[in-house]
Design a protein around this ligand. Structure first.
Ligand SMILES: [Zn+2]
Length: 186
Protein backbone atom coordinates (compact mmCIF):
# COMPACT_ATOMS: atom_id res chain seq x y z
CA UNK A 1 0.00 0.00 0.00
CA UNK A 2 1.47 3.32 -1.07
CA UNK A 3 1.12 6.66 0.57
CA UNK A 4 -1.63 7.89 -1.71
CA UNK A 5 -4.48 9.67 -0.03
CA UNK A 6 -8.10 8.73 -0.32
CA UNK A 7 -10.24 11.41 -1.91
CA UNK A 8 -12.95 12.71 0.42
CA UNK A 9 -16.49 12.87 -0.89
CA UNK A 10 -19.20 15.48 -0.55
CA UNK A 11 -20.70 15.13 2.91
CA UNK A 12 -17.29 15.01 4.57
CA UNK A 13 -17.07 18.13 6.77
CA UNK A 14 -13.42 18.67 5.83
CA UNK A 15 -14.62 19.82 2.39
CA UNK A 16 -16.62 22.62 3.97
CA UNK A 17 -13.93 24.36 5.97
CA UNK A 18 -11.64 27.18 4.92
CA UNK A 19 -8.09 25.89 4.59
CA UNK A 20 -5.24 27.72 6.35
CA UNK A 21 -2.35 29.51 4.65
CA UNK A 22 0.91 27.60 4.44
CA UNK A 23 3.56 29.50 6.35
CA UNK A 24 6.50 27.12 5.89
CA UNK A 25 7.10 25.26 2.66
CA UNK A 26 8.95 22.41 4.32
CA UNK A 27 9.42 18.69 3.82
CA UNK A 28 5.97 18.03 5.17
CA UNK A 29 4.39 20.07 2.38
CA UNK A 30 6.49 18.22 -0.18
CA UNK A 31 5.32 14.89 1.24
CA UNK A 32 1.69 15.99 1.10
CA UNK A 33 2.15 16.81 -2.60
CA UNK A 34 3.90 13.48 -3.19
CA UNK A 35 0.89 11.70 -1.78
CA UNK A 36 -1.69 13.89 -3.53
CA UNK A 37 -0.36 13.31 -7.03
CA UNK A 38 -1.00 9.54 -7.17
CA UNK A 39 -4.50 10.17 -5.84
CA UNK A 40 -5.14 12.72 -8.59
CA UNK A 41 -3.76 10.52 -11.36
CA UNK A 42 -5.53 7.42 -10.13
CA UNK A 43 -8.82 9.32 -10.31
CA UNK A 44 -7.83 10.78 -13.71
CA UNK A 45 -8.42 14.28 -12.44
CA UNK A 46 -6.73 17.40 -13.73
CA UNK A 47 -6.58 18.99 -10.29
CA UNK A 48 -6.77 18.12 -6.63
CA UNK A 49 -6.92 20.45 -3.64
CA UNK A 50 -5.48 19.53 -0.24
CA UNK A 51 -8.85 19.61 1.59
CA UNK A 52 -10.03 16.87 -0.78
CA UNK A 53 -7.58 14.54 0.95
CA UNK A 54 -8.36 15.88 4.41
CA UNK A 55 -5.50 18.37 4.63
CA UNK A 56 -6.63 21.84 5.70
CA UNK A 57 -3.90 23.77 3.93
CA UNK A 58 -4.04 26.16 0.98
CA UNK A 59 -2.46 24.20 -1.83
CA UNK A 60 -3.54 22.33 -4.90
CA UNK A 61 -1.86 20.21 -7.54
CA UNK A 62 -2.80 20.12 -11.20
CA UNK A 63 -1.82 18.63 -14.52
CA UNK A 64 -3.56 19.55 -17.76
CA UNK A 65 -1.82 16.64 -19.50
CA UNK A 66 -0.09 18.97 -21.94
CA UNK A 67 3.34 17.53 -21.27
CA UNK A 68 4.37 19.94 -18.52
CA UNK A 69 3.94 17.38 -15.78
CA UNK A 70 2.29 18.10 -12.45
CA UNK A 71 2.47 21.53 -10.86
CA UNK A 72 1.73 22.74 -7.35
CA UNK A 73 0.29 26.09 -6.31
CA UNK A 74 0.63 27.15 -2.68
CA UNK A 75 -1.43 29.96 -1.12
CA UNK A 76 -2.95 30.76 -4.51
CA UNK A 77 -4.97 33.91 -5.08
CA UNK A 78 -6.96 35.24 -8.00
CA UNK A 79 -5.85 38.83 -8.52
CA UNK A 80 -7.84 39.53 -11.68
CA UNK A 81 -10.61 37.87 -13.64
CA UNK A 82 -12.34 38.66 -16.88
CA UNK A 83 -15.03 37.43 -19.25
CA UNK A 84 -17.59 34.70 -18.90
CA UNK A 85 -17.46 31.05 -19.92
CA UNK A 86 -19.87 28.16 -19.51
CA UNK A 87 -18.28 24.80 -18.95
CA UNK A 88 -19.43 21.39 -17.81
CA UNK A 89 -17.64 20.90 -14.52
CA UNK A 90 -17.11 17.75 -12.53
CA UNK A 91 -15.42 17.16 -9.19
CA UNK A 92 -13.48 14.21 -7.82
CA UNK A 93 -15.29 14.74 -4.52
CA UNK A 94 -18.68 14.57 -6.24
CA UNK A 95 -18.09 11.75 -8.74
CA UNK A 96 -20.81 11.00 -11.22
CA UNK A 97 -22.33 14.49 -11.26
CA UNK A 98 -21.51 17.32 -13.64
CA UNK A 99 -23.00 20.76 -14.04
CA UNK A 100 -22.87 23.54 -16.61
CA UNK A 101 -21.44 26.41 -14.63
CA UNK A 102 -20.70 29.97 -15.70
CA UNK A 103 -17.54 31.54 -14.35
CA UNK A 104 -14.99 34.10 -15.53
CA UNK A 105 -13.17 32.91 -18.65
CA UNK A 106 -9.77 34.29 -17.71
CA UNK A 107 -8.08 34.58 -14.34
CA UNK A 108 -4.72 35.82 -13.21
CA UNK A 109 -3.52 33.62 -10.36
CA UNK A 110 -0.53 34.22 -8.15
CA UNK A 111 0.96 31.93 -5.52
CA UNK A 112 4.09 30.01 -4.63
CA UNK A 113 5.61 26.83 -5.98
CA UNK A 114 7.15 24.02 -3.92
CA UNK A 115 10.49 25.85 -3.84
CA UNK A 116 8.85 28.97 -2.47
CA UNK A 117 9.24 30.87 -5.72
CA UNK A 118 6.51 33.29 -6.71
CA UNK A 119 4.30 32.03 -9.50
CA UNK A 120 2.10 34.19 -11.70
CA UNK A 121 -0.14 32.51 -14.28
CA UNK A 122 -2.59 34.18 -16.65
CA UNK A 123 -4.98 31.36 -17.39
CA UNK A 124 -7.76 31.03 -19.92
CA UNK A 125 -10.67 28.62 -20.43
CA UNK A 126 -9.93 25.13 -19.01
CA UNK A 127 -6.91 26.17 -16.95
CA UNK A 128 -8.76 29.21 -15.64
CA UNK A 129 -11.72 26.99 -14.76
CA UNK A 130 -9.46 24.52 -13.00
CA UNK A 131 -7.88 27.25 -10.88
CA UNK A 132 -11.24 28.69 -9.87
CA UNK A 133 -12.53 25.22 -9.01
CA UNK A 134 -9.51 24.37 -6.84
CA UNK A 135 -9.56 27.75 -5.13
CA UNK A 136 -13.20 27.10 -4.23
CA UNK A 137 -12.07 23.93 -2.45
CA UNK A 138 -9.63 25.95 -0.34
CA UNK A 139 -12.58 28.06 0.79
CA UNK A 140 -14.88 25.12 1.50
CA UNK A 141 -16.99 25.74 -1.60
CA UNK A 142 -18.30 22.88 -3.76
CA UNK A 143 -19.80 22.76 -7.25
CA UNK A 144 -23.36 22.55 -5.99
CA UNK A 145 -22.95 25.96 -4.35
CA UNK A 146 -22.94 27.44 -7.86
CA UNK A 147 -26.37 26.00 -8.68
CA UNK A 148 -29.72 27.64 -8.14
CA UNK A 149 -31.98 26.29 -5.44
CA UNK A 150 -33.93 23.85 -7.65
CA UNK A 151 -30.81 22.51 -9.38
CA UNK A 152 -29.09 22.06 -6.07
CA UNK A 153 -32.02 20.15 -4.61
CA UNK A 154 -32.06 17.85 -7.64
CA UNK A 155 -28.29 17.36 -7.45
CA UNK A 156 -28.43 16.40 -3.79
CA UNK A 157 -31.26 13.97 -4.51
CA UNK A 158 -29.21 12.31 -7.28
CA UNK A 159 -26.15 12.23 -5.02
CA UNK A 160 -28.02 10.52 -2.19
CA UNK A 161 -29.49 7.98 -4.60
CA UNK A 162 -26.01 7.20 -5.89
CA UNK A 163 -24.60 6.79 -2.39
CA UNK A 164 -27.44 4.45 -1.43
CA UNK A 165 -26.86 2.29 -4.47
CA UNK A 166 -23.15 2.15 -3.75
CA UNK A 167 -22.02 3.89 -6.91
CA UNK A 168 -20.49 5.53 -8.79
CA UNK A 169 -17.87 6.22 -6.17
CA UNK A 170 -14.33 6.55 -7.45
CA UNK A 171 -13.72 2.81 -7.40
CA UNK A 172 -17.20 1.47 -8.05
CA UNK A 173 -17.58 1.67 -11.81
CA UNK A 174 -14.16 2.74 -12.91
CA UNK A 175 -13.55 6.18 -14.33
CA UNK A 176 -16.66 8.17 -15.13
CA UNK A 177 -15.94 9.94 -18.44
CA UNK A 178 -17.13 13.37 -17.40
CA UNK A 179 -15.05 13.47 -14.25
CA UNK A 180 -11.97 12.57 -16.25
CA UNK A 181 -9.70 14.72 -18.28
CA UNK A 182 -12.51 16.14 -20.37
CA UNK A 183 -14.05 18.12 -17.53
CA UNK A 184 -12.56 20.66 -15.17
CA UNK A 185 -12.22 18.18 -12.54
CA UNK A 186 -10.69 18.33 -9.18
ZN1 LIG B 1 -13.44 19.50 -6.99
Amino acid sequence: MGGAFEIRLMGDPVLRQRAADITDIDGRVARIVDDMLPAMYEAEGIGLAAPQVGIQRRLFVFDLYEGDGPQTLINPQIVESDGEWTYTEGCLSVPGLTFDIVRPKEVHVVGLDLDGNEVSIEADELQARLFQHELDHLDGVLLIDHLDKAERKEALRTWRTQLQSGGPGPSANGPVPLVGRSAADG
